[in-house]
Design a protein around this ligand. Sequence first.
Ligand SMILES: Nc1ncnc2c1ncn2[C@@H]1O[C@H](COP(=O)(O)OP(=O)(O)O)[C@@H](O)[C@H]1O
Ligand SMILES: [Mg+2]
Length: 165
Amino acid sequence: MDNLKQAPVPEEQKSTDCRILNECRIAFPSLSANEGYARACAAAFCAQLDPTATEISDIKCAVSEGVTNAIVHGYKDSIGEIIMTLRMLPDRVVKIEIRDKGCGIEDVSRARTPLFTTDPAGERSGMGFTVMESFMDSLRVLSNPGKGTKITMTKKFSLIPRNRR
Ligand SMILES: Nc1ncnc2c1ncn2[C@@H]1O[C@H](COP(=O)(O)OP(=O)(O)O)[C@@H](O)[C@H]1O
Ligand SMILES: [Mg+2]
């Protein structure tokens, strides 16, 4: 067993390259007016990859859902700080993190279930996490009830030549 643990990791099993090639961070109060600002920032950051219109639209939708959740659920009737970090990783992968220090989520897997919402009387559809999952390649949700929530999403951008879009 010990020998196994110390065996060198074969090249093809080595984890993906996580070097950060570029990183930007914005912090803003949880005002609904700032949802559009966060969306535009994420789109502008991804523009360096010369994305397709669909890719940009996917990023905007996912960020919009994540930030809206922090505003309407995380901070509910209060105003708190939201931090969004955008990272460029190798191989055209973008990693987006959205953090709040709001109420947190009691049961993350239930919250991620399609159509689940704690606000059925409001305008919510319970599809926010489902939208983020479908438009991005990965979604991780970490939450501490009473302390806040951090979501991390990644998306790998294609390399489609302009004349074939
Ligand atoms: N940042 C957050 N802070 C606290 N609760 C959250 C947060 N994000 C999501 N939730 C919880 O997860 C549920 C599901 O979120 P979502 O799929 O976006 O649906 P909706 O926003 O339409 O309710 C929300 O109703 C809420 O209870
Ligand atoms: Mg939502």
